[in-house]
Design a protein around this ligand. Structure first.
Ligand SMILES: [Mn+2]
Length: 350
């Protein structure tokens, strides 16, 4: 790695992509990764950068902690996604010059990939639109809270780094990132750049309707069965402004569904008239729960996620809790109600 550049830290300050490019250019061997249970943003950002670095003749791999969710198989035409396996990857991984981490929110969400990178003191570059503390664990920290998706940051980088237009393979990843993190261009984070990326994608021959179908019209029957199960048992609180539901391992088994099937459920509940905040408590294993918060935009909810040990965006956040479903649900729902009541009072007083 280049010894001339200091550690970069753009913690929601204007990112100098030329300096970033100096670092990336100086590295020969690069691994790309993202958080566990990856979404379209993390995966799409990986794809966006992967094809550029391939053109640049880098020795490059995408290695994720989790396997690729079925809906994203269309991004894997060239079999570029690998799931971390120490016996298979460690020989290659230990001599990597740089690890680029996308959309992570919290570095520990890369699980055993982080453990491996730490073990060999691999230089790291965080590219993210989630907040990170000033005291962060990365060699280089690139945070842009205004970016609708991490994919938008890759787009910014490629605009600076490339002489040629962005390739079709790359823009497919970037489009997927933007489409999924904006809820198909409908969330409040959707901005001009998102639509510019969409225009460039269409000009490049991306069939945006097909991308949509792969991700949103590809639900398994098992997922639908699980959806029916919890929808018939929704809880409404605070005059219907707050709706929540819990999914147990038993419900998952009864529906024959898998963990990734719960993606998007919280958004569905938020779509109900009058509901401002939706919360899912999902028992992922014994004494392990995942909590999702979604807000329509009236109430910020990342402070609530933070209070229970998680974090995230203002209107989409979450937490992982090491406790059983009943205890977690009780704690999460009571905490959420306390926070929301305060916010409600504030809005009433205005
Ligand atoms: Mn994201």
């Amino acid at each position: 790695m280049s010894g001339t550049i200091n550690n970069l830290n753009f913690n929601n300050t204007s990112i100098d992509w030329r300096l970033v490019d100096e670092i990336i250019s100086s590295c020969k061997k690069i691994v790309l990764t993202t958080h566990e249970n990856p979404d379209g943003d993390g995966l799409g950002a990986e794809v966006g950068l992967y094809y550029h670095l391939l053109e640049e003749k880098k020795d490059i791999k995408i290695i994720n902690y989790s396997s690729l969710p079925r809906a994203y198989n269309f991004l894997n035409r060239h079999k570029i996604f690998e799931t971390y396996n120490n016996s298979e990857h460690d020989d290659w991984l230990k001599s990597v010059d740089l690890a680029i981490i996308f959309d992570v929110g919290d570095y520990s969400r890369t699980r055993s990939v982080k453990t491996a990178l730490d073990q060999w003191s691999i230089a790291t570059m965080n590219i993210d639109h989630h907040p990170h503390p000033e005291k962060h664990p990365f060699t280089h920290n690139l945070v842009d809270l205004s970016a609708a998706a991490t994919g938008c940051m890759v787009y910014d980088y490629l605009k600076v780094a490339r002489k040629n237009a962005i390739s079709k393979d790359s823009i497919l990843g970037i489009y997927t990132a933007v489409m999924t993190d904006t809820g198909c261009f409908k969330h409040s984070n959707t901005d001009k750049k998102c639509h510019e990326i969409a225009i460039e994608s269409i000009k490049n021959g991306i069939e945006t309707n097909i991308v949509y179908q792969h991700i949103y019209e590809n639900s398994s029957r098992e997922k639908m069965r699980l959806l029916g199960d919890f929808l018939s048992n929704l809880h409404y609180e605070l005059n219907g402004e707050f709706a929540w539901f819990a999914i147990s391992q038993k419900m998952l088994k009864n529906a024959n569904a898998n963990k990734s099937d719960v993606e998007g459920f919280t958004d569905i509940v938020r779509s109900i008239a009058g509901v401002e905040v939706a919360v899912m408590v999902f028992e992922t294993a014994e004494k392990k729960c995942r909590v999702n918060f979604r807000s329509k935009g009236k109430y910020k909810i990342n402070d609530i996620a933070k209070a229970i040990g998680g974090g995230g965006h203002a209107f989409a956040s979450g937490a992982m809790i090491d406790s059983n479903l009943n205890e977690t649900t009780e704690k999460v729902i009571s905490t959420t109600k306390i926070f929301l009541k305060k916010k409600l009072e504030y809005f009433k007083s205005k």
